[in-house]
Design a protein around this ligand. Structure first.
Ligand SMILES: *Cc1c(COP(=O)(O)O)cnc(C)c1O
Length: 401
């Protein structure tokens, strides 16, 4: 930063929407209102002495964009402010954020307890790659705190969860698991991709580390791939950052700029997703051929009270439902839609629809799937920002059949 640059101050007491708009702003001598993009991989110095001081760490500042870049830093500061964390480190994808968290903090012999409903590639990372390095994982039901307690061993260093779970929207009690982690000297890591800090802030609920796939709701428009790890200055600011700077799964400045700008509308977008999802869930409960609707905002959801406490900003944009007619009815409904996008992606302005049993959860054995409650008639909708009446009309086409 040159002498004439300045960072407008921001306040930790501000609401999340205000932080999303105002925190982490870095303004140059040009006085630009919207942030500049620093498309540069390297940085130059006035002298060999200045260069040496930067490399030795005696003087703070940029050296090379694998380590730091002003646009990426702006995104980091803004996201950390919104999550209520001391530091954020950004990565090239959501999976890179989870990989960086695990490799920076775990060693051979360590053990993870994870919910069995995690994102498929996260389970793949744990089972196929961390296992090879001598880091083992046990899986338990997300909503069964006793099962988590029973699975913890003296080697357990990490509890890893997503809440609400995908696709059945089971809620993990973060305060209970945060305490369990504390009691055993472990970290509670929450993948906050489904809620974002606009709906829930895990660090305020007992979690130690938050990971993000910025690819989903943070971008919110299906444009860019990215991820982030948020937490304290030691584990995230030091350990995860040092992994990133050495091993290199860093975020591009251009993508950081997209995400940084997207944070400005995150809260209003998430509220619109929640409002539409709630309307859709209530409507679906009264449609023919539907056996059950899964949405934490419904009074019929078995953990509705916990969801209300833990997700002060809202219940999220993901609604799943079981069709009484099984796979045939599910496929017929999906094929009858004309507007909805048939894709496993989520967190987009465009409403997406998918059949989990044959796609996102197809690699799980039928018996395990049945045990996890992912039935052949289950359909998952990520409710977008189209007019809710148009979304309902598109689904109604296939429901009467
Ligand atoms: C998509 C997703 C990821 C992985 O993110 P990428 O950006 O695709 O690497 C991780 N966790 C959850 C819950 C996701 O939905």
């Amino acid at each position: 930063m040159s002498d004439s640059d300045f960072e407008p101050s921001w306040n930790a007491e501000w609401g999340t929407a205000t932080k999303g708009v105002r925190a982490g702003t870095h303004r140059t001598h040009e006085g630009e209102h919207s942030s500049a993009i620093y498309m540069t991989s390297s940085f130059v110095f006035d002298s060999a002495e200045a260069c040496a001081a930067r490399f030795s760490g005696d003087e703070p500042g940029n050296i090379y964009a694998r380590f730091t870049n002003p646009t990426v830093d702006a995104f980091n500061k803004r996201l950390a402010a919104m999550e209520g964390g001391e530091c954020s480190v950004s990565t090239g994808s959501g999976m890179a954020a989870i990989l960086a968290t695990c490799l920076a903090t775990l060693s051979a012999g360590d053990h993870i307890v994870a919910s069995h409903t995690l994102f498929g590639s996260t389970i793949g990372l744990f089972n196929n790659y961390l296992a090879k390095l001598g880091i083992s994982t046990s899986y338990v039901a997300p909503d069964d705190v006793d099962a988590w307690r029973a699975a913890v061993t003296p080697a357990t260093k990490m509890l890893f969860v997503e809440t609400p779970s995908n696709p059945l929207t089971e809620i993990v009690d973060m305060a209970a698991l945060g305490q369990l982690a504390e009691d055993h000297g472990a970290w509670l890591v929450v993948d906050n991709c489904f809620c974002t800090p606009a709906l829930q802030r895990p660090l305020e609920q007992g979690a130690h580390i938050v990971t993000h796939s910025a690819t989903k709701y943070i971008d919110g428009q299906g444009r860019a791939l990215g991820g982030a790890v948020v937490g304290d200055a030691d584990v995230v600011g030091d350990q995860v950052f040092r992994f990133l700077r050495t091993c290199g799964p860093s975020m591009s400045p251009f993508n950081a700029w997209i995400f940084y700008k997207a944070l400005e509308t995150l809260e209003v977008r998430m509220q619109a997703h929640c409002r539409a999802a709630m309307t859709l869930a209530e409507w679906l409960e009264n449609q023919p051929g539907i056996a059950k609707v899964y949405y934490p905002g419904l009074a019929s959801h078995s953990q509705h009270e916990l969801a209300k406490r833990q997700q002060p900003g809202g219940f999220g944009g993901i609604v799943s439902f079981d069709l009484a007619g099984g796979r045939e009815a599910a496929f017929a409904l999906i094929n009858a839609t004309e507007m909805l996008s048939i894709t496993a992606n989520l967190g987009d302005t465009r409403t997406t629809i998918v059949h989990p049993a044959s796609t996102t959860h197809s690699r799980i054995s039928p018996a395990d799937r049945e045990r996890a409650g992912i039935r052949e008639g289950l359909v998952r909708v990520s409710v977008g920002l189209e007019n809710i009446e148009d979304i309902k009309a598109d689904l109604a086409r296939g429901l009467g059949r």
